[in-house]
Write a protein that binds this ligand. Structure first.
Ligand SMILES: Nc1nc2c(ncn2[C@@H]2O[C@H](COP(=O)(O)OP(=O)(O)OP(=O)(O)O)[C@@H](O)[C@H]2O)c(=O)[nH]1
Ligand SMILES: [Mg+2]
Length: 308
C-alpha cells in the first residue's frame, strides 16, 4: 500500500499548525504519522510546538526557506530518507506560509505517495490584507479543501463575502492542464471553521481528484517581498510587561511573529503568536534554554503597493 499524504498550506498565521495538530489528535491518534514542517525563518518554532503537542509521532523540520523553491531539492532528499528512517503510514506536511503547494504535491506523487488532500487554511480576519498576494492565489488554486478559519473573529456577513470572493478566486486560479485547459481539481470543498477544525469525512471519504500524471517541478518564485529576523532573549531577561512594550513598538510592516519566551515574572514558558497586530500568549508545555522570537516583515516597497 502506498503511504498517504496530506499537505497543509495557507498564508502566514492562517492556522496551519493548529489545524494539523487538531486533525492528527482527533482522527489519527492510533495511526503511524510522520510530520514534516517547513518554515520560512531560519529557526523553527512550529517544530517545537508540534513535537510538544504530538508526543510519540515523528516530526522533521525543514527551516530557512520554502520547500517549493529554495529547499525543493532538500525536500526530495528528506522524502527519500524518511522512508527508511521512520515507520509511518501517513505523512502530514505543513508548508511555510509563503510556499506554493503544487511543487510539493508533484514531488510526493513522483515518489509514490498518495496525496489525499491539499488543505488550504485562510485567516478570515486578515484575509483582506493578503488576498492580492500571488502566493495566496496559488495556494487556493492548488487546494481541494479550502478551510475558512478564524470565523469567530469576523461578522457573518463578512464570512459570506469572503466565501464569494474565494469561489471566484478558485475558478480563476484553479490548476489547469496547459494543453486541454481542463481543471486539474474539478471538485473542491469549502469549510468554515474555528481553530482549524476539519470534519472527519475529509479524512475518510475524500481523495484528491487531481491527475496523478504530473512531473515534479521546482518553483522559482522569489521572496524579495519578505524579510525574516530572529531575536534571542536570555531566559528571565524580560518581564511580561517589558515584552508587551516591545510588541506595542512593532513596526507596521511586521506581519507575523511567533516565539517561545520565558519571562522573569511568569512561571512557565509562553508561546507567543502575532499576526497582523493581533497577538496571544499560551502556556508552552516544555522548558526552553533561551527565548526565541521569529518575525517576518513585508518589504517596505511591497508596503507601498499594498492596499491595506
Ligand atoms: N481566534 C482564533 N484564533 C485562531 C484560530 N485558528 C488559529 N488561531 C490562532 O492563530 C495563531 C496562528 O495559528 P498557527 O496555527 O500557528 O498558524 P500557521 O498558519 O501555522 O502560522 P505559520 O506557520 O507561522 O504560517 C495562533 O495563535 C492560533 O491559536 C481561530 O479559528 N480563531
Ligand atoms: Mg505553522
Amino acid at each position: 500500500m502506498n503511504k498517504k499524504a496530506y499537505i497543509f498550506t495557507g498564508y502566514l498565521g492562517s492556522g496551519k499548525t493548529t489545524s494539523m495538530v487538531k486533525s492528527i489528535e482527533e482522527f489519527f491518534k492510533d495511526k503511524k504519522v510522520l510530520v514534516i514542517v517547513n518554515e520560512f525563518g531560519e529557526v523553527g518554532i512550529d517544530g517545537k510546538v508540534l513535537s510538544a503537542e504530538l508526543q510519540g509521532q515523528g516530526v522533521v523540520e525543514l527551516n530557512e526557506g520554502c520547500i517549493c523553491c529554495v529547499l525543493y531539492d532538500e525536500l526530495n532528499k528528506v522524502l527519500s530518507d524518511i522512508q527508511s528512517k521512520y515507520d509511518f503510514d501517513y505523512l502530514f506536511i505543513e508548508t511555510s506560509g509563503l510556499s506554493e503547494p503544487f511543487p510539493i504535491y508533484s514531488a510526493l506523487v513522483s515518489l509514490g505517495y498518495d496525496v489525499e488532500s491539499v488543505i488550504c487554511l485562510i485567516d478570515s480576519l486578515n484575509y483582506e490584507k493578503y488576498k492580492d498576494d500571488d502566493v495566496f492565489k496559488y495556494q487556493i488554486g492548488s487546494a481541494n479543501i479550502i478551510v475558512l478559519n478564524k470565523i469567530d473573529l469576523v461578522e457573518q456577513s463578512k464570512i459570506e463575502s469572503i466565501k464569494n470572493e474565494i469561489f471566484s478566486l478558485k475558478e480563476k486560479y484553479n490548476l489547469k492542464n496547459f494543453l486541454t485547459g481542463e481543471y486539474l481539481i474539478p471538485k473542491y470543498e469549502l469549510i468554515t471553521t474555528t481553530y482549524g477544525f476539519i470534519p472527519e469525512y475529509v479524512f475518510t471519504e475524500i481523495d484528491l481528484p487531481i491527475s496523478r500524471d504530473v512531473s515534479a517541478t521546482k518553483d522559482d518564485h522569489s521572496h524579495k517581498d519578505y524579510v525574516k529576523n530572529v531575536d534571542y532573549y536570555p531566559n528571565d531577561a524580560l518581564s511580561y510587561d517589558q515584552f508587551i512594550k516591545i510588541i506595542k513598538k512593532f513596526p507596521k510592516n511586521l506581519i507575523r511573529s511567533k516565539g517561545i519566551l520565558k519571562f522573569k515574572d511568569v512561571d512557565v514558558p509562553l508561546l507567543f503568536n502575532y499576526t497582523y497586530g493581533n497577538y496571544t500568549f499560551e502556556e508552552f508545555p516544555q522548558e526552553v534554554d533561551k527565548g526565541i522570537l521569529v518575525s517576518i516583515f513585508l518589504n517596505e516597497l511591497k508596503m507601498v503597493s499594498c492596499k491595506s
